[in-house]
Every structure is written in structure tokens, then in C-alpha cells.
Design a protein. Structure first.
Length: 147
């Protein structure tokens, strides 16, 4: 096994273990001891968690998936259909046919889900659509809700 570089008490070994676990650097409190954990005074080595005397690396837990949010476009009696299609193409990257289909769904049902995004992206898209509609003096409404 290769030696692991340590700078200011921080192991620089990271990446993925042979078992496929994600690894993160571990700060050392003193030579031969881990800085964190339930048994801080346990030495590394026999009985201390690292049989070959190398630095211990704590596996990183899998990050949770972010909550997702639906972006909804709402119908009104004043915004031209062509403008709605343009908004869908510009801010949601839809092709013309897909934009027309969603616009017709909004027109017939009163609203339609335009896409599902993480919170930050959904919030940005809602703001962009609302600002753009306001700049063009249309009452088009766009909102988001947790999926």
C-alpha cells in the first residue's frame, strides 16, 4: 500500500476505496490517533481500526437527492398563445411542437407542468418567466410547487 501524504494533520488520501466507497480526508489529532469518532483515544493499528498501520479514511455517506419542484404555467385570458410558446421555447428549451402542446394544455386545462427541477433551478425559471412576461406587459403567471 502506498503511503498517504499528510499536511497540517490532514490526510490527502481521497477518492474511492477498493470496495467502491467514497473516501474523505480525516484530520489527525496526534500521530497515530484519529481526531473524530466515538473512541478518539484508540490508536491506529492492531485493535485501532487499521490493521496495517496506515492512515484510516472515513467512508463518506451518500448525499441525499434534493427535493424536486414542478414548474407550472397558468392560463389567463390576455396573454397571446404565441407569447406562451415563445416563453416555453426560450426558458425551458422546448422545441416548437412541444411548446405548442404544453401551451394548448395550459389553455384547455388552466395550467400545465412545464418541468420538474431542483429548488434553485425551478425558482430561477419562475422568476425569469414572470420578469419576461412583465417586461412585455403580459399577465402570464408561473409558479412552482414541491413534487
Amino acid at each position: 500500500m502506498q503511503s498517504v501524504p499528510v499536511i497540517d494533520g490532514v490526510s490527502l488520501r481521497h477518492g474511492v476505496s477498493d470496495a467502491g466507497e467514497r473516501l474523505v480526508p480525516v484530520r489527525l489529532a496526534a500521530v497515530g490517533r484519529l481526531a473524530a469518532g466515538p473512541d478518539e483515544d484508540a490508536p491506529i493499528g492492531p485493535g485501532g481500526g487499521d490493521p496495517d498501520g496506515q492512515l484510516a479514511v472515513k467512508p463518506r455517506s451518500k448525499p441525499q437527492r434534493p427535493s424536486m419542484y414542478k414548474v407550472l404555467l397558468l392560463n389567463d385570458d390576455y396573454t397571446p398563445m404565441e407569447f406562451v410558446v415563445h416563453v416555453l421555447e426560450r426558458f425551458f428549451g422546448l422545441r416548437h411542437e412541444g411548446a405548442v402542446e404544453i401551451m394548448l394544455t395550459v389553455h384547455r386545462r388552466g395550467l400545465a407542468v412545464v418541468g420538474v427541477f431542483s429548488y434553485e433551478i425551478a425558482e430561477t425559471k419562475v422568476t425569469q418567466v414572470m420578469d419576461y412576461a412583465q417586461q412585455h406587459q403580459h399577465p402570464l403567471q408561473c409558479t412552482m410547487e414541491k413534487e
